[in-house]
Ligand binder design. Structure first.
Ligand code: SAM
Length: 295
């Protein structure tokens, strides 16, 4: 278990826990506090989005790892906070050293957290089993679009954090014009647009939020949807697609025609002719944003 900073108020994860843990299922040094029983009672464990990561999360770390430049932008956004709760923490990418507790619903994702990661509680954002104001900050990275009730998740983050909320997410309307979606996989753009509502809710509930663009480096280490904007061949790799939830949700059958056209365009050089401007860029704004709210 990892805790950072002095043992000041709210920095001890045991003290932060609201309920008695259901049991430890530690793996490789990562302690898991299982809140499943309580969540079943609340009806949140049957959430199909959680099931999604129990299936698509199997090989998450094959292509999804923290990109150091994005990690640095997230650290800047968190600022001088001494304790953080990481909500929708997944396998622990971008989790800062001062994380006291991680919240993650999927057992499959939890199992991929590296040894020495912060203590993790199996729970959803909408029902965080931690005490009020138990950490300086709460963060949520590439997860909000999966939540079934963003208003409830945001209220929970506000309740547990004393100073700051940090979200890393993207604008579906901007990513829809990304060449992969606009030229080859419009069905995936539709799937992504369906996830836009959570972000509208977030924007409405956080009117004073600071928004920072996060350009995606051409060699981005984290294989999220637009990470390969300058490496188009990557999208032909099923392992890469398996790490991108909007493509998994769209389905291989639906993607097939567009991927065949992309393969043809790469073979003939047409893609490079059409996108010569991209090859010269080191990073691209594809709609990814950090949202920072002071409490
Ligand atoms: C794309 S992954 C991101 C994980 C991690 N933050 C990262 O950057 O690698 C999305 C995560 O959100 C989690 N998730 C889905 N629904 C959630 C909910 N309602 N509350 C909290 N996390 C949720 C998934 O299980 C998954 O681990």
């Amino acid at each position: 278990m990892q805790t950072a900073g002095s043992a000041g108020q709210g920095q001890d994860p045991e003290a932060a826990l609201q309920r008695e843990p259901g049991g430890d299922a530690g793996q490789g040094g990562t302690a898991v506090i299982n809140q499943v029983a309580g969540q079943r009672a609340a009806g949140v464990c049957d959430d199909p989005k959680m099931a999604l990561y129990d299936s698509i999360g199997q090989a998450y770390r094959a292509t999804r790892r923290a990109d150091p430049r994005i990690a640095s932008a997230i650290m800047d956004a968190l600022g001088d906070v001494a304790s953080v709760v990481n909500v929708g923490a997944g396998a622990g990418s971008y989790e800062p050293g001062q994380t006291t507790v991680a919240i993650e619903p999927s057992r499959v994702m939890i199992a991929q957290r590296p040894p020495g990661s912060a203590r993790v509680v199996q729970a959803v954002a909408e029902h965080i089993p931690l005490r009020d104001r138990c950490a300086d900050a709460a963060m949520a990275v590439l997860t909000v679009h999966h939540w079934s009730d963003v208003a409830a998740g945001l209220a929970e983050m506000r309740r547990i954090a004393r100073r700051r909320l940090v979200f890393f997410t993207w604008y579906p309307q901007t990513i829809a014009s990304f060449w992969l979606l606009s030229e080859y996989l419009p069905e995936a753009a539709e799937v992504d647009a369906a996830m836009a509502e959570p972000l509208r809710v977030l924007a409405r509930l956080l009117p004073e939020v600071e928004v920072r663009p996060v350009p995606v480096p051409h060699d981005c280490v984290d294989g999220f949807a637009a990470a390969y904007w300058r490496r188009p061949e990557a999208y032909l790799d099923p392992t890469v697609r398996a790490g991108i939830s909007m493509l998994v949700k769209t389905g291989e059958e639906t993607l097939r025609d567009g991927l065949n056209r992309l393969a043809d365009d790469l073979r003939t050089g047409r893609w490079h002719d059409n996108h010569a401007d991209l090859i010269r860029l080191d990073s691209l704004d594809v709609g990814y944003r950090l949202l920072i709210a002071e409490l």
